[in-house]
Design a protein around this ligand. Sequence first.
Ligand code: PAF
Length: 266
Amino acid sequence: MQIIDSIHEWKKIRETLQNESIGFVPTMGNLHAGHASLLKRSIHENSTTILSIFVNPTQFNDANDLSRYPKTLEADLDIAKDLGVDYVFFPNTDMMYPDKYRYKVTENAFSAQLEGQHRPGHFDGVLTVVLKLFNLIKPHKAYFGEKDRQQLLLIQDMVKVLFLDIEIIPCPTIRDASGLALSSRNQFLSIENKLLASRFPAILQSNKALEEIIGQLSNLGFVVDYVEDYGQYRFGAVKIQSVRLIDNFDIPTTDDSVVRRRVYEQ
Ligand code: PAF
């Protein structure tokens, strides 16, 4: 496994990979079993797999969230190597943003909803860095988790409207034994709060009215950012103290839920 921290060096390597099928897993590091599932799938489906590790500052609207984002490079590299990743692309902010973020990708409808409503500018940062990474890595396939469903939908849409020749592969959410979706932020939960957090997925996917779900979560002590049906999915985001959890599920196709659903343009 080679670790590359220079764009120039990466471009030279990429030229030697013309006959390979290239799978790409972009991450912000702190790898867990969710990331491992994307990497395993890429390794299985492609002759060469590239993992990127870059904590992208432009997608954080909260400076505290950025500064405490866990950085575990050595452990990440061990995981990547054990899985059989071929290259780890590890750029820094100056390399990725030589323009100091003067240029950005903005989607101005769906990205303002749900997560976007609570994290202004978040998806500009995500779409911009993902497009830059796609242009550098030039993958045939790129792997994204369904846990970040809104991100996944926006990236699929960006690839379509910008005519990028990349297949986006959605990968199922990986959960712990309690049902809680794996996330780098879960490690900030106390044991007690982790127990509470594990109730979130079951309540979110229950076949109750949205208002009832919000009420139940609030009564348990969650601060609810949103619980909304959008397209074919139910999206939810809650906070326990300073830890934010997001999740989503397919919603049941009862007449009631069809009426309440909002439509995103895809
Ligand atoms: O999902 C993530 O980890 C990030 O949003 C991504 C796609 C790596 C972009 O920074």
